[in-house]
Design a protein around this ligand. Structure first.
Ligand code: COA
Length: 393
């Protein structure tokens, strides 16, 4: 006798050539006419006369590697000081991925949390979008590895290389997939393993960045999930939750301000490029700083206007965590109190596309951001690419 469970008889397994059973239609796509009538759609985003959400955030997740690198440790690596890093950036420490840990590993950890928070499983997903500039491999994309690790079925999965704006780009795209009915349940992830893309002898960049992942699950705004994850009747609420507006932008005239110069078709990954450090991040910090404050403020104001709101209607702002001085500049120009910004740059550094979803998830989990709160998110990075989103949680 053995206590090993007996294998199921082969006859019970579905034949290999039988297509997998179709998922039950949880949310029938809305007719295009109905969508067109319910909102105005602009070229750069959604321009609506009033908030009219079409997708909402059902759950969030975040992940940071165990290893923490402090400013004091960096003092021993490059010619810098804790005082310089703290006063110029607000960063005290950052997380660094373990040897062998990949971007898709981190993305999977954050995604599983977000799915659990939404009461869903990978089988519920219709689409995976990953914002990253540090995928596991140049080809295929990080989203492909993530799909496999989550055990999601044959759904589309792709990356967006919009650097620090990657998560906002992902939200914007996911919202439109949900709006057209092409997808009901979308996983949007921002993940970066930038420690592998840094020149650890360049003090102007290596002190700034960190590794991590954040995720959000989006579904139709009127798709109400009960705590069990089962679909319930749409709730009758005056102010429905969802993405009220989102806008994304790119200015390709500033490609040199922040880039990894080599490794692509213009400058292939040669031994020479490797020796000269051209396979690592290069940044003209001062130029990016000025552009960041200006564009974050402008896009935030435009996105709020598109939602028919002002900063007075906001409960929180989650701005990209690149530099505390940039966040303070945005707060001053938007005339919005710094205390109402979600700030974690001191503990994470700049995690690029992961920065907004990590901060969002932290604030949701510790109860600062509550259901019904209106949150503005804004980010800017290499490209220069930037954008903003106004979301009612
Ligand atoms: N430690 C000590 N000194 C440093 C240093 C470091 N880690 N890095 C730079 N310095 C020095 C510079 O060499 C320079 O010295 P010099 O005056 O003798 O030439 C001095 O500090 C000032 O450098 P500067 O680049 O003018 O500093 P800054 O105040 O502009 O701060 C950044 C630099 C990178 C922190 C800041 O420009 C920034 O945050 N930029 C935007 C980043 C961003 O938003 N990125 C977009 C998303 S990724």
């Amino acid at each position: 006798m053995t206590d090993r469970p007996a294998e199921k008889p082969a006859a019970e397994k579905p034949p290999a050539d039988k297509p997998p059973a179709e998922k039950p239609a949880r949310y029938p796509g809305r007719a295009p006419d109905e969508l067109a009538a319910s909102r105005l759609v602009g070229s750069a985003g959604h321009r609506r006369p009033m908030p009219c959400p079409r997708s909402r955030i059902l759950g969030t997740g975040g992940y940071a590697p165990e290893r923490v690198l402090t400013n004091q440790e960096l003092e021993r690596l490059v010619d810098t000081t804790d005082e310089w890093i703290t006063t110029r950036t607000g960063i005290k420490r950052r997380h660094i991925a373990a040897d062998g840990e990949t971007s898709s590993d981190m993305a999977a950890a954050a995604a599983r949390q977000a799915l659990a928070a939404a009461g869903l499983t990978a089988a519920d997903l219709d689409l995976i979008i990953v914002g990253t500039i540090s995928p596991d491999h140049p080809v295929p994309g990080c989203a492909v590895h993530l799909q496999r690790k989550l055990g999601a079925h044959d759904i589309p999965a792709f990356d967006i290389a919009a650097a620090c704006a990657g998560f906002i780009y992902g939200l914007n795209i996911a919202d439109q997939f949900v709006a057209t009915g092409a997808a009901r349940c979308v996983l949007v992830v921002g993940v970066e393993l930038l420690s592998a893309k840094l020149n650890w002898e360049d003090r102007t960049t290596c002190v700034l960045f960190g590794d991590g992942a954040g995720a959000a699950i989006l579904g139709p705004a009127d798709w109400r999930l009960q705590p069990s994850g089962r679909e319930g009747p749409p709730a009758a609420v005056d102010q429905p939750a969802g993405i009220l507006s989102s806008m994304i932008f790119t200015d390709g005239s500033q490609t040199g301000a922040l880039q990894i110069p080599a490794g692509g078709s213009a400058d292939p990954p040669t031994l020479e490029a490797l020796k000269e450090g051209r396979l690592k991040v290069h940044m003209h910090g001062k130029d990016v700083f000025r552009t960041a404050v200006r564009n974050l403020v402008a896009s935030s104001a435009q996105t709020l206007k598109a939602a028919g709101l002002t900063t007075k209607n906001l409960d929180w702002i989650v701005a990209h965590q690149a530099n505390l001085r940039i966040i303070k500049g945005v707060a001053t120009r938007l005339r919005y109190p710094l205390e109402k910004f979600v700030i974690n740059i001191d503990r994470f550094g700049n995690t690029s596309s992961a920065s907004i979803p990590i901060a969002l998830d932290e604030a949701v989990r510790d109860g600062r951001i509550q259901p019904g709160h209106t949150v503005l998110m804004c980010a800017l990075g290499a490209g220069i690419s930037w954008g903003a989103a106004v979301v009612r949680m």
